[in-house]
Design a protein around this ligand. Structure first.
Ligand code: PEP
Length: 253
């Protein structure tokens, strides 16, 4: 049985006061949530990680939105996995499509980030997904296969269990549009097949696969009910305590 996981990606939103207020509301909303039944993660901006961490209850874990692949040194502006680990971060989003697009993050860079995160025992949350144009050209399967293969290149089988993969169609992010649950499930199944071919069925069955892209309290059920989908990566709706709590409530029902 794979443990469900809901991750809130706050992106470049909220000031510290609002971030803390959101945590206070989430704490209250999740007061009866058993951390053995579900992993709940919030990913604030780097500058708010510590300020938020002080207020987190045991059933909400801290995640970062990115990481660099070196431990220390002359890398101006970067944040290392060692630094994240040191302040209590447990999860790290890697290869989000906004980074692939806005700062030209490549699969090679993403691969190094996953390696680096694993070296500090952080859980990497690898994002993969096709653009609208790629989908229209029926390239979804080949894009997903290529991204998963390149991003996991050289990753040891023993580390695989720590990796979470989020299928996030680029066209669904922030657009209010989503694929049908069955279609997202098919892509999750494909991801498992790619992993099985490179590792083993056993490993593939253990990896947690999430859906992400315009998830909210009204559509979460459609995705979480799919056999290959173990949770969601939530952007916009994670900024609302009310919506995020309702999402989690439906997952643990
Ligand atoms: C995301 O960017 O990871 C995401 C899922 O965003 P949204 O839920 O806002 O579409």
């Amino acid at each position: 049985m794979r443990k469900p996981i809901i991750i809130g990606n706050w992106k470049m939103n909220l000031n510290l006061e609002d971030a803390r207020r959101l945590i206070v509301e989430l704490r209250q909303g999740f007061i009866d949530v058993d951390e053995r039944k579900i992993d709940i993660v919030v990913c604030p901006a780097f500058v708010h990680l510590q300020g938020v961490n002080f207020q987190l209850p045991v059933n909400i874990k801290l995640g970062a939105q990115d990481v660099f692949w070196k431990e220390r040194g002359a890398y101006t502006g970067e944040v290392s996995p060692l630094m994240l680990k040191d302040i209590g971060v447990r999860y790290v989003i890697v290869g989000h499509s906004e980074r692939r697009k806005n700062v030209q993050e490549t699969d090679e860079m993403i691969n190094k980030k996953i390696e680096a995160a694993l070296s500090q025992k952080l859980f990497p949350v690898l994002c993969v997904g096709e653009t609208k144009e790629e989908r229209e050209k029926n390239l979804t399967d080949s894009i997903i296969t290529e991204q998963v293969t390149k991003d996991l290149e050289g990753i040891k089988a023993s580390s695989l269990e720590k990796i979470i993969i989020a299928y996030e169609p680029v066209w669904a992010i922030g657009s209010g549009k989503t694929p049908r649950g069955e279609d997202a499930n098919k892509v999750a199944k494909l991801i498992r097949k790619v992993i099985e071919e490179r590792y083993s069925k056993d490993q593939a069955d253990k990896v947690r696969i999430l859906y992400g892209g315009s998830v909210d309290q009204r559509n979460i059920k459609e995705f979480i009910d799919q056999p290959q989908i173990d949770g969601a990566l939530v952007g916009e709706a994670s900024l609302s305590a009310n919506k995020f709590i309702k999402i989690v409530e439906q997952v643990i029902k």
